[in-house]
Design a binder for this molecule. Structure first.
Ligand code: PLP
Length: 400
């Protein structure tokens, strides 16, 4: 008899872990690896957020916290939703968890059961389908290709919806493509959803502030108020404020759903650390200029890497509209042969070739549900972006 529960075989460890293991192995051999794999901003946590955390520790307010977040935190989230998204949530419509990830996880675990379907546009953040599978449901993948800037078309959404559809999980800007839906594009998706009142929407807005070239932001509950009663709007402090390690995320949504998210959390991690919540309150309510300054710096780094990748033979990418990644096609490299004789047949072959031959780490597209692509993060020092880009170009040129 297998010792492990059947749910453990419903999902696989992330394929990006294979690359991470190889990176560690090569580094262990003394190889210098240029890592273009970061999934988090490299700026420090804002000083005022750190100061708020220290203050809470000094006051010894480091005990258990309410499951659904401290009152200060829920008030800060309430004000954030109003300020940034023009969304009104009562305090009992707000949940706070250990990162956006936990809030999404709670929402799926609390609502999805056997036979339930969840629509996940691809390329996707790898956790979405696995979370759905873990909850016992079925992810329904909708391919949003490069020919439509990696955006799901309204018709595709309409066709994917069935009687068993429980949720659409939606993220804009997206990981891994940076695709950022315009308000008109969101309006068109909202129109489809209006025709299917049984479908709920899990909006993952964690990259809300990481938008480039002045692109606008919209979230579905705000774009279409009629969706408000069936949308859970999720967000967190990780990406906007460079606070990934503090583990604070939050959601606003219908009272009953939010109560069940908290119920789910009550038997796992319970309330988020008081120290982290105090830092998050300071980040959400403090000066916001720094968010735009940091995003401008990311945009500058995006441009550096984009220029390099665009010059590489066999690669084809578009300028990302948001987030922190370039999702680049390596179709032109597939079918070629490396100098050491290995055949490049998949995007995993290609990324392993980059790693072994020139020491550049990126993540293969298959991890995000679309091949043959790779994700290159531009959260890296400028010299690494320049050097990594040149090395990728060299590696591509060496294929025959
Ligand atoms: N949603 C997306 C699309 C992400 O890419 C990530 C992290 O990479 C998360 C959620 C998790 O964010 P958090 O750190 O708030 O849990």
């Amino acid at each position: 008899m297998d010792f492990f529960a059947p749910r453990m075989s419903r999902f696989k460890p992330s394929p990006s872990q294979i690359a991470s293991a190889r990176v560690r192995e090569l580094q262990g051999q003394g190889r210098d690896i240029v890592k273009l794999t970061a999934g988090e901003p490299d700026f420090p946590t804002p000083d005022h957020a750190k100061a708020a955390a220290i203050e809470v520790m000094d006051r010894n307010e480091i005990h258990y916290t309410p499951i659904n977040g401290t009152l200060e935190m829920r008030k800060a989230v309430q004000a954030k939703f109003k300020r940034d998204n023009n969304l009104d949530y009562e305090l009992d419509q707000i949940a706070v968890g250990s990162g956006t990830k936990q809030v999404l996880f709670n929402a799926l675990m609390a609502t999805v059961g056997a036979g339930d379907e969840v629509i996940v546009p691809a390329p996707f953040w790898a956790s979405y389908p696995d979370m759905v599978l873990l909850a016992g449901g079925e992810p329904v993948i909708v391919q949003a290709g490069q020919n439509n800037q990696f955006k799901m078309r309204p018709k595709q959404l309409d066709e994917a919806i069935g009687a068993k559809t429980k949720w659409l999980i939606f993220s804009s800007p997206s990981n891994p493509t940076g695709a950022t839906y315009t308000r008109d594009e969101l309006r068109a998706l909202a129109d489809v959803l209006l025709g299917h009142p049984h479908v709920h929407v899990l909006c993952d807005d964690v990259y809300e502030h990481l938008r480039f070239d002045g692109r606008e932001f919209g979230t579905l509950a705000e774009i279409e108020p009629k969706l408000y009663d069936r949308t859970v709007t999720c967000n967190g402090v990780s990406k906007a404020y460079s606070m990934t390690g503090w583990r604070v995320g939050f959601a606003g949504g219908p009272k009953e759903i939010i109560a069940n998210l908290s119920k789910m959390q009550s038997q796992s991690t319970a309330g988020v650390s008081a120290v982290s919540q105090a830092a998050a309150v300071a980040a959400l309510t403090g000066p916001q200029e720094l968010v735009a300054e940091r995003t401008a710096d990311l945009q500058r780094r995006r441009d550096i890497l984009f220029e390099k990748l665009s010059a590489a033979e066999g690669l084809n990418c578009d300028l990302p509209e948001g987030a922190m990644y370039i999702f680049c096609s390596c179709a032109g490299a597939i079918g070629k042969t490396a100098p050491d004789g290995r055949a490049i047949e998949t995007d995993t072959d290609f990324t392993m070739y980059l790693l072994d031959s020139v020491g550049v780490a990126v993540v293969q597209g298959v991890a995000y549900g679309l091949s043959p692509y790779f994700r290159a993060s531009f959260v890296a020092p400028e010299e690494d972006l320049l050097r990594g880009g040149d090395l990728i170009r060299q590696a591509c040129a060496a294929l025959t």
